[in-house]
Design a protein around this ligand. Structure first.
Ligand SMILES: *Cc1c(COP(=O)(O)O)cnc(C)c1O
Length: 221
């Protein structure tokens, strides 16, 4: 199947309110162009350098999503270039984002990444740290939290469903609260292997790489 065929196929399956992000990490501009031509405008990258390169060289109406672990010393490079940072996972990172976006007169849109599976190899905050991070976000002037993101541990369908459901519960609970700077619009969860379950459990942003572009070959980079 071509990139266009895979995208058409996905669009047929996902509900109208859900946002499809094409995860373009490791892909060439030619490959990304194929997705762009089908109408996709949301692309996801997990490396700062790669996002910045592609931002500079690609169509200016693209919304770039940063979905990887964000190091504090690299925040400055994505100011003004990133549409949504999916991976806010510490107060230190929050403070750096606030500082760098403020000095450029910009506002950062972010999602809080939750390590819902308590997986030591994954980033994201543990749920017990959520309240403190939210309080810190309320004190910001240049950061808006628009929702939550997670990457779940590998597992079977029932385990996937359990983690997605927990995320939706937290999302719905936060939705009822009136925090400053925080609104629950986006629940970013689900990748190529598990997006159907994620959508069933309430995701409204899915991040698809291989399901659009085919298998990734990291040796190309
Ligand atoms: C790579 C990546 C994806 C996409 O994964 P696929 O399995 O290729 O769909 C989604 N989210 C994050 C955070 C990623 O790093």
């Amino acid at each position: 199947m071509s990139i266009k065929e895979r995208i058409d196929d996905l669009k047929d399956q996902i509900p109208i309110h859900a946002n499809l992000i094409a995860v373009s990490k490791t892909r060439t501009l030619e490959e990304i162009e194929e997705a762009y031509l089908t109408g996709i405008r949301d692309f996801g990258e997990n490396k700062v350098q790669e996002l910045v390169d592609k931002y500079d060289k690609f169509h200016k109406d693209v919304k770039w999503h940063f979905i990887g672990h964000l190091q504090r010393n690299k925040v400055k490079y994505i100011v003004g270039k990133v549409f949504l940072i999916h991976s806010l996972d510490s107060i230190q990172l929050l403070n750096e984002i606030e500082k760098k976006f403020a000095s450029a007169g910009e506002t950062a849109n972010v999602l809080i990444q939750i390590n819902i599976g308590r997986d030591e190899n994954k980033s994201g905050i543990l749920i017990e740290a959520l309240e403190e991070l939210i309080s810190a976000c309320e004190k910001c002037n240049n950061v808006k939290v628009l929702g939550l993101m997670t990457v779940i541990p590998k597992g079977d369908e029932s385990s996937n469903r359990k983690y997605f459901r927990k995320m939706k519960e937290i999302f719905d609970d936060l939705k009822t609260k009136n925090y400053k700077n925080i609104s629950m619009e986006y629940l970013s969860m689900g990748m190529s292997g598990d997006y159907k379950i994620a959508l069933e459990e309430g995701a409204n942003v899915i991040r698809i790489g291989e399901g659009i572009f085919g298998k990734r070959n990291y040796n190309n980079k």
